[in-house]
Ligand binder design. Structure first.
Ligand SMILES: Nc1nc2c(ncn2[C@@H]2O[C@H](COP(=O)(O)OP(=O)(O)OP(=O)(O)O)[C@@H](O)[C@H]2O)c(=O)[nH]1
Ligand SMILES: [Mg+2]
Length: 308
């Protein structure tokens, strides 16, 4: 399929065209950018739920259950599992890929991809992948990302509702992480409630929340056991609550802020690269030598390079 064929097929909600575009984005092909430019108008219509948390917390199992629930309630669902590292050797993501087959029959479109975010950061790339899936006219997109530092924060740039999954028994070293996690979660899920320690973890999280600043939206804590579905009615209810809280105004405002932030980032990055090319490394190394020899101070050196 060439570019125009893909675009035509995308407009017909063709699953293979969507899969093709996702691969192009994944492989950082220039063609992906050309297609994305053409379909922008048709995207942005789905409600986005982001699920993040430490490896093995049960995110995929939760996504699986949630998407099936959503289908039952009449939604059309797209699922994206993003692994920022190199997932193709990883068992868990292979699991996601396999699940893709079984879920397709139920009308869920699932795709797991690797992304190192070369189209302008992980958040931007994930956003483009969501746009690709949105060509299928799904009203709900669920995105799973591994919560390993940066990725955590980036998911907030994408999702309308961010769910942070925690599990008991990870030890005290995650303690420090939790504070940051509380910042980004609209809903906190304590999964694996069939295991000991879940009550304690829920209490801890509640404590930490009560110590933090008061906000309009205080994240609820939901206990789940993803392997048997316990707590999912409550989780669904809280997702609906948060969606209602956002309404159209808060959601639009939030999305605008993010677009603004992303645009600023992209423009400054592009400008930076362009300027650096103009200045050239030669100029920089000449100046470095002068600084070393005390012929110029580093502060003036920067000013002079920029002035030129
Ligand atoms: N006991 C118990 N096991 C669970 C629960 N939820 C998930 N699991 C198991 O935990 C393991 C990891 O689940 P996944 O859903 O793959 O976890 P994940 O967070 O997606 O993992 P990564 O994508 O690798 O980060 C699987 O063996 C699940 O069956 C739960 O509520 N209780
Ligand atoms: Mg997973």
């Amino acid at each position: 399929m060439n570019k125009n064929e893909i675009i035509d097929k995308l407009k017909e909600k063709n699953i293979r065209a969507v899969a093709r575009l996702l691969t192009l984005i994944e492989n950082e092909e220039k063609e992906a950018e050309n297609i994305l430019k053409e379909i922008w108008n048709f995207t942005g219509k789905s409600y986005i739920i982001g699920i993040t948390g430490p490896p093995g917390a049960g995110k995929s199992t939760i996504v699986d259950l949630l998407s099936k629930m959503a289908i039952e309630k009449g939604h059309k669902v797209g699922v994206l599992a993003v692994d920022p590292t190199s997932p193709f050797s990883g068992g868990a993501v292979l699991g996601d890929r396999l699940r893709m087959t079984s879920s397709q029959e139920t009308g869920i479109f699932i795709r797991s991809v690797a992304s190192r975010g070369h189209l302008g950061g992980l958040a931007a790339t994930t956003r483009f992948m969501i746009n690709a899936i949105e060509m299928l006219d799904n009203d709900l997109t669920i995105v799973e990302t591994v919560g390993a530092g940066q990725g955590d924060v980036e998911i907030v740039q994408i999702a309308d509702t961010t769910i942070v999954v925690e599990v008991p028994g990870l030890g005290d070293e995650v303690q420090a992480q939790k504070a940051g996690i509380l910042e980004i979660g609209d809903i906190l899920v304590v999964n694996k409630c069939d295991r000991p320690g879940s009550d304690r973890l829920a209490r801890e999280l509640k404590m930490m929340l009560s110590l933090g600043e008061k906000k309009d939206w205080m994240p609820p804590i939901v206990g789940t056991t993803a392997t048997n579905g316990d707590g999912f009615d409550f989780l669904w209810k809280e997702i609906k609550n948060h969606k209602k809280y956002l309404g159209t105004d808060r959601k639009a405002e939030m999305r605008l802020k993010r677009i603004n932030y992303e645009l600023e980032n992209q423009v400054s990055q592009k400008l930076f690269t362009k300027k650096m090319v103009q200045i050239g490394t030669n100029e920089i190394s000449k100046m470095s030598k002068k600084i070393l020899e005390r012929k110029i101070d580093p502060l003036t050196a920067v000013e002079e390079i920029i002035r030129e």
